[in-house]
Design a protein around this ligand. Structure first.
Ligand code: BTN
Length: 269
């Protein structure tokens, strides 16, 4: 198999129009997890907007302590942010990142990216990107937030474990060719900064307004598997705290704050 070429930082920086996101980039061949490296850099005082990118991760982490398979050809990176928000609002940055990723996949690659609560970006119901947001607080205020983004870019699906292949896709698999990761990241850093600004200046409501049109699962029958509980119903909306509102079969509303959504196909008549 030919060796994958590395991401060229110079190509990302050329024409990068952000004030802070991606102005400082740390690029590695292999790390355990870019979130771990970013957290260490943030603790040492790295400026807001610093990005850590790796070609591969040996211990890529997903939500709920899951493993995140990170072969060469993907985009595995983490951003350091220092928002002046209440610690309970830090996880909302997952929505900020999800909207930015979906928008860039749509606008740059012309693929119909959709969002699934709380943190998945899908193409044709298959996951192409996941986001892991981790906050560090000090004395009741946010010290930093690391937003880790994993995008299956130029990755062949046979590099993923067989058990995951039906539920995952990659940009390469969808397009039938490889993408230029540098220009994708350049545009994404710009969109991320724009939505981050919207979030910090105008609040989470303005992000939800952008998020809803991409959330194709809203209105559908689904179940949320949350800890040891399974909630079945219709996905109604996401509230101002980022919780999913579900209408149960008896009409009552329930909130889910964590878990996995499984959309249930309606039988065709
Ligand atoms: C999920 O969907 O469960 C979240 C996956 C997040 C993966 C990214 S890859 C870059 C960053 N480093 C990690 O270890 N995880 C995130």
């Amino acid at each position: 198999m030919p060796k994958k070429s590395w991401i060229h930082l110079r190509k990302i920086k050329k024409g990068l129009q952000t004030d802070f996101i991606g102005q400082e980039i740390h690029h590695f061949g292999e790390v355990s997890s870019t979130n771990e490296v970013a957290k260490a850099l943030a603790s040492e005082g790295a400026p807001e907007g610093t990005v850590v990118i790796a070609e591969t991760q040996t211990h890529g982490r997903g939500r709920l302590e899951r493993r995140w398979v990170s072969p060469a050809g993907g985009m595995w990176f983490s951003m350091i942010l220092r928002p002046r928000v209440d610690p309970k609002d830090a996880p909302k940055l997952t929505f900020v990142a999800a909207v930015a990723v979906a928008r860039v996949i749509r606008n740059v690659l012309n693929l119909k990216a959709e969002l699934k609560w709380p943190n998945d970006v899908l193409i044709g119901e298959k996951k192409v990107c996941g986001i892991l947001t981790e906050a560090s607080t000090k004395g009741g205020v946010v010290n930093f937030v690391v937003v880790g983004i994993g995008i299956n870019a130029n990755v062949s699906l046979d590099l993923f474990p067989e058990s995951l292949r039906d539920s995952l896709t990659s940009l390469k698999a969808e397009l039938g060719e490889e993408i230029e990761r540098e220009s994708f990241l350049r545009v994404l850093f710009g969109e991320m900064e724009r939505y981050y600004w919207l979030f910090t200046q105008q609040g989470f409501g303005s992000i939800l307004e952008e998020w809803r049109p991409y959330a194709g699962f809203l209105g559908q029958s689904m179940e949320v598997v949350s800890f040891d509980e399974k909630i079945r119903g219709q996905a109604v909306d996401v509230d101002e705290n980022g919780a999913l509102i579900i209408r149960l079969e008896d009409g009552t509303l329930r909130r889910a704050v964590s878990g996995d959504v499984i959309v249930r196909k309606q039988p065709s008549i």
